[in-house]
Design a protein around this ligand. Structure first.
Ligand code: AVJ
Length: 331
């Protein structure tokens, strides 16, 4: 991808002001990733670009679908273990949440850990942090909230105020499942470095199960996951003036047994050409854009992954149907 893409003629679908905006702005991270991903022989787009405002709202709807068991199952596991959670860290510990998008689960932890020294939400999005802080402050007025804007997949400095305090990390939702095994091990190792020697990590990991049940969770009857996936193309049209005919693509969820993961794709219904910021991309009929990996684990496999990253498995909690797991890891 060259650096001059913003100077290329805008497509006719844009208004004049949009064209000026695209011409003046440096290319967004989304533009770079989309153009690079569609230029590859096997087309793909990183799943983090699902989450613009529309995509985040659609994800919230996914979590309420009857087929999408992870969110409610993890919540039930945490509720059933609420009595044990305070014993996982000393009373003056600091709760560090990686990603700040999961308020109901966080509130459950804060509810049972009343003497925390501070709550530190970590997120790349400043806007998400402002929201998280406001939400938490209304319910826990006396809690010290110290938001950190940053990327927790890289070295990250916590506020000086929490130096030397014991840490309890929290990474719910099986978000780790979006990463390959190598990336997941690196992330876990980085979290261990961020949290330090006197720390515990509570992390959610979705479990392997009947393939039909897995597919249903990623291809629901109401079509919300399809909308969530296709929103990526709408986003490209809105933000980059791309000319995707969204109806000419369909949602597809598959399960890869070898890697133990759900894969999401957007499938071109016909042969077609799409334009993004002056770049033309050809699609054959049936050609796919890969949009997401969602890894499923067994308990031993996840513990082995955590151990590779320097963590010691301390406990694992699941639901009676064994749909989802919450691991407690010790540094
Ligand atoms: C937010 C990554 C945990 O993989 O289950 C839901 C995202 N994608 N439906 C998941 C998602 C399609 C979700 N995570």
């Amino acid at each position: 991808v060259d650096g001059n893409l913003a100077e290329i003629e805008p497509s006719t679908a844009e208004s004049a002001t949009d064209a000026l905006r695209h011409a003046r702005e440096p290319l967004s991270e989304f533009a770079h990733a989309l153009i690079a991903g569609l230029s590859a022989r096997n087309k793909s787009v990183p799943c983090r670009f699902f989450y613009d405002a529309a995509g985040s709202a659609l994800f919230e709807r996914i979590t309420e679908l009857p087929e999408y068991y992870p969110t409610r199952t993890e919540m039930r596991i945490l509720q059933s273990r609420a009595g044990e959670i305070p014993s996982l860290a000393p009373s003056d510990a600091v709760l560090i949440e990686f990603g700040s998008g999961s308020s109901t689960k966080t509130e459950l932890l804060l509810e049972v850990m009343r003497d925390l020294y501070a709550y530190v939400p970590v997120d790349i999005s400043e806007a998400a942090l402002v929201d998280a802080e406001a939400r938490i402050k209304t319910r826990f007025a006396d809690l010290r909230v110290l938001p950190v804007a940053g990327d927790f997949s890289r070295p990250l400095r916590l506020p000086d105020e929490v130096a030397g305090k014991p840490k309890l990390g929290f990474f719910p939702g099986s978000t780790i499942g979006n990463l390959t095994d190598t990336e997941a091990a690196e992330l876990l190792a980085n979290m261990r470095r961020i949290l330090g020697a006197d720390s515990t990590l509570i992390i959610g990991a979705d479990l392997k199960k009947d393939v039909r049940r897995l597919i249903a969770a990623y291809d629901d009857a109401a079509g919300v996951t399809a909308k969530f996936n296709l929103n990526l193309l709408h986003r490209a049209n809105r933000e980059l003036g791309a000319d995707f005919n969204v109806d000419a693509f369909r949602h597809l969820a598959t399960y890869d047994v070898r890697h133990g993961r759900i894969d999401m794709h957007l499938v071109s219904r016909d042969e077609q050409t799409v334009q993004v910021l002056g770049h033309r991309f050809r699609f054959a009929a049936g050609e796919r854009i890969h949009t997401e990996h969602s890894h499923k684990y067994d308990i031993d496999g996840f513990q082995a992954l955590a151990e590779r990253a320097g963590w010691r498995p301390q406990a694992v909690w699941t639901d009676p149907e064994r749909l989802f797991s919450v691991h407690v890891l010790r540094a």
